[in-house]
Design a protein around this ligand. Structure first.
Ligand code: SAH
Length: 351
């Protein structure tokens, strides 16, 4: 089987070109063509026919196939169900902000973390995504916007908050980030990419060393180890205390903050005792808090909090002077909100 062109970062592409004695300028031409063009077409730019023939013969230029598109009536979020070559399916979400979008990418088919509040966890882990499958989600969504919402094809932020644990699939996620960041690639600013993790310490180590500047979000969800064990089983192996200590040691650049995500679950972690403890452990850190009211899904065992308790929780955090945002549930009418992605439960799933 041919290797995917979209698995190559820029320096991989340069290596291929050197090893095959092709004209060096082809690297920039090809990258520009494939990552900056809104339509999916064969390169016919300033490139030697022989180089083009070499790539056509040796590389696969196909992208994940869009199986179904779900457009939210409520807020213009868009959820894509993609079909991969081996028939596995994954989901990607475009989240609108004033005619621009953030994209929420998946990093694995399913997930091994098995968090008790997350729909994806129920699928188990099927396999890691390749770099081309990650980058392909972006390219397909971007091109869909160009065709279906012309003038709105601006994706400003990339968040690895879809299906999967991105730090569990570090090599492919790292290479995708390199393509997103490359000035010849999609040329996205490093501060516009965020990787979200349940707290997988070996992956955190690699993140801090290998892709510094890419933002980190930690799914915290409870400041108490016992409760966090119940929500995020990997906490038993890598307890919150160790994760936070590890993160504290990582040098951040001037404008960099760590985002701490906190799902508010009714009568479980939404009391003022929880809020005070959370405030205490984060008070002297470079922290933003994202409060995410629990999003329910078919068969979920938890409930969303009352509106009052969300506001009271935030009020407690305000006394600690930690910048806190309450995240609205965009796209929940098409099961596109956080934790609602589960490509196995799509009616047209086939394995
Ligand atoms: N594995 C990574 C990224 C995927 S989850 C991680 O754990 O961070 C992305 C975010 O959605 C996480 O903060 C996760 O905790 C949150 N999430 C999962 N299920 C949710 C649900 N039912 N309601 C609200 N947020 C949820």
């Amino acid at each position: 089987m041919k290797k995917s062109f979209y698995d190559l970062n820029f320096s991989d592409l340069e290596t291929v070109i050197n090893q095959n004695n092709l004209n060096g300028s082809a690297a920039a031409v090809l990258f520009n063509w494939h990552y900056k063009k809104k339509e999916n077409a064969q390169c016919n730019d300033n490139i030697a026919k022989s180089s083009l023939a070499f790539f056509e013969e040796n590389f696969d230029f196909s992208l994940p196939e869009i199986n179904t598109v779900y457009e939210s009536k409520k807020d213009r979020s868009v959820k894509f169900l993609f079909k991969l070559k081996d028939n596995h399916k994954i989901e990607t979400v475009l989240i609108p902000f004033h005619n621009k979008y953030s994209i929420c990418l998946s990093s694995q088919v399913g997930c091994a973390m098995n968090c008790s509040f997350c729909f994806t966890g129920e699928q188990g882990l099927k396999r890691n995504l390749t770099t081309s499958e990650i980058v392909g989600q972006f390219l397909q969504a971007w091109r869909w916007l160009a065709t279906n919402r012309p003038g709105e094809e601006r994706i400003l932020n990339i968040v690895f908050m879809g299906q999967g644990e991105p730090l569990h699939n570090f090599d492919a996620v790292k290479k995708a980030c390199e393509i997103f960041l490359s000035q010849h690639g999609t040329s996205i600013g490093v501060q516009k990419i965020t990787i979200s993790t349940a707290g997988y310490i070996p992956g955190l180590k690699r993140w801090s060393q290998e892709i510094p500047g890419v933002n980190l979000a930690l799914s915290l969800h409870s400041p108490f180890e016992e409760k966090r064990n119940e929500l995020i089983p990997i906490n038993k192996k890598y307890p919150l205390d160790e994760v936070l200590t590890y993160i504290d040691k990582i040098p951040l650049n001037k404008k960099q903050f760590i985002t701490y995500e906190y799902i508010l679950i009714k009568d479980f972690n939404d009391s003022s005792v929880d809020a005070k403890k959370l405030g205490t452990i984060l008070a002297d850190k470079r922290a933003y808090i994202n409060l995410i009211p629990f999003n329910s899904f078919p068969g979920s065992r938890y409930e969303p909090p009352e509106l009052d308790s969300i506001e009271q929780f935030k009020a407690v955090l305000d006394t600690f002077r930690i910048p806190t945002l309450i995240r609205s549930a965009k796209g929940d009418d098409v099961l596109a909100a956080c934790g609602q992605l589960n490509s196995k439960n799509q009616s047209n799933y086939s394995e």
